[in-house]
Design a protein around this ligand. Structure first.
Ligand code: BG6
Length: 506
């Protein structure tokens, strides 16, 4: 969200420097920031982890991650050598005070030739159980005391429910000021997600019709083809509601439903988003079974390959009741959105990988055309493609060429690939740069996290008190359980057919 300026001298300290996130996402993103000349001249990364590794072994591992996962492909040798010299590694026991004394010394040594204290970014790429001991040690060792320069970054999951999220907020807020805390939701760093703000608030065209008078309903689908991959033991304690809806999908909903901000200051934008969460209609236990659907995948076929059921995935309890699919009908009770349903769905092992927001407009109030002209007629629809297709489509009616007046739906398409030649940055590039610059707009504030949990608690409680009787209830490679179709069909609507990449939707 920042304008073009480089950060001040920065040291990024990655707790979990030997882990997957650092290897796959963080270091390829930092390397790309380096190639794009976004890093300050005085810059360093310190990886901390329990594994024994020399600096060189750490660098080799990071290089391997860049070669496999960087959007630019393999590292360029000369550039890599220059970049690698700013990386170092410390074997560390996160519970041990001595780790922090050594870290403090290392920070001082790195900063000494720079002549001033740098931004220190403490990145917690570790399981949640370590958050409390690490923050407490950072506090008692006095290495994160500067409100302006020191920052802490927390990955999701942020809590397991409302109580645990509140507890976590209390622990972190005891030590860090809210403006020093960066709670990551990587969806907010995605180029197309940021574009939602540009689209809605930089164009005069859409705002007057962005409300209940013109919009019939909104759909948000975040569908994945992958199963739980190597994360079975994490996922089997989370499930789709906690893993995707509590954070990514509610954030997409907030961006769709929020009021225009007065400015793009971090707190102004986050205030407007939290207003949406607070306006969302609370569920009572009866609403849960009417308005929420859960599912779990059985075995099936995806892209011509046979895949196993969720219960057979490594790390998953063979009797698991955890949902791998969830669909919810939400309402936002305010003047703009009263009685406009927001249908959201997400799941693993679905038919297609796609994240898309669909704004379905109301039909015209009166059609003057004869019935034979409007057989194919459809109300206007705006489709915001987040990924993998990136772009926006506006569907409207046109006269089909010919001697008869025949109306057919056509699409006006904005596609990133056709409109821009530059490749968009990865979400983590955007987010890491913002952290270094001290801009928290794209990060979750404590009240947002708690409001999202508060909204979902009745669903979590209802599900915990009655085990599903029909799991698995959808086959891998489909669009989820039949109950998901009935959730929306009851209102006389249907999940809209998703556009195949680079084709006009049917
Ligand atoms: C993560 C979830 O936050 O987002 C994963 O924990 C999910 O389960 C992932 O696969 C999806 O992210 P993306 O960027 O691939 O849509």
């Amino acid at each position: 969200m920042q304008s073009a300026r480089k950060p001040d001298p920065t040291i990024i300290i990655i707790f979990g420097g030997g882990g997957d996130l650092c290897w796959r996402k963080l270091m390829p993103a930092i390397y790309n920031l380096y190639l794009d000349n976004w890093l300050p001249d005085n810059f360093a990364v310190i990886g901390l982890d329990i594994k024994e590794m020399s600096d060189d072994q750490f660098r080799e591992r990071i290089l391997d991650g860049i070669n496999q996962f960087s959007r630019r492909g393999k590292a360029i040798e000369d550039e890599w050598k220059k970049f690698a010299s700013s990386l170092s590694y410390q074997k560390a026991d996160f519970m041990d005070a001595e780790t922090y004394q050594r870290l403090s010394q290392q920070l001082t040594n790195i900063e000494a030739p720079w002549g001033k204290k740098s931004n220190r970014v403490f990145y917690l790429a570790i399981p949640p159980t370590f958050i409390e001991p690490i923050t407490e040690n950072l506090s008692s060792s006095h290495i994160a005391q500067d409100d302006l320069l020191d920052r802490i970054v927390i990955e999701k999951p942020f809590g397991h429910d409302l109580d645990s999220a509140r507890k976590l907020n209390k622990i972190i807020n005891n030590i860090f000021d809210e403006c020093q805390i960066y709670r990551i939701d990587h969806y907010l760093g995605k180029e197309t997600v940021q574009n939602m703000m540009a689209f809605r608030f930089a164009n005069a065209l859409f705002e007057p019709i962005w409300n209940r008078n013109f919009i019939d309903h909104i759909q948000i689908t975040v569908a994945e083809e992958v199963g739980v991959e190597h994360r079975g033991s994490y996922y089997d304690h989370a499930g789709a509601l906690r893993d995707m809806i509590q954070n990514h999908i509610l954030q997409l909903l907030c961006l769709t439903a929020m009021e225009p901000p007065v400015s793009f200051s971090a707190d102004e934008v986050r205030n407007k988003k939290v207003d949406v969460l607070r306006a969302m209609r609370k569920f009572n236990p009866d609403d849960v079974h009417k308005n929420v659907v859960r599912g779990q995948y059985g075995g099936g076929w995806l892209q011509g390959e046979k895949v196993v059921s969720y219960k057979e995935e490594p790390g998953v309890n063979p009797k698991s009741n955890i949902e791998t699919f969830a669909a919810v009908k939400f309402y936002v009770d305010n003047w703009r959105w009263q009685d406009v349903p927001f249908y959201v769905r997400t799941g693993k092992r679905l038919a297609q990988k796609t994240s898309v927001i669909t704004i379905q407009f109301r039909p015209v109030p009166h059609s003057a055309f004869p019935s034979e002209s409007i057989e194919n007629w459809q109300p206007n629809r705006l489709v915001i493609n987040i990924q993998p297709e990136m772009g926006i489509r506006l569907r409207f009616q046109a006269k089909q060429p010919g001697l008869k007046m025949l109306l057919t739906p056509v699409d006006m398409i904005f596609n990133y690939g056709n409109s821009y030649t530059t490749e968009p940055p990865e979400a983590y590039e955007t987010l890491l740069l913002d952290i270094m610059l001290g801009d928290a707009t794209l990060f979750m504030r404590s009240d947002q996290v708690e409001a999202a949990w508060q909204l979902l608690m009745p669903i979590i409680e209802a599900w915990e008190s009655s085990a599903p009787v029909d799991f698995p209830n959808y086959s891998a490679g489909t669009w989820g359980p039949e109950t998901s179709e009935s959730l929306i069909a009851r209102d006389g609507k249907n999940w809209l057919i998703l556009p195949a990449p680079n084709n006009n939707p049917k």
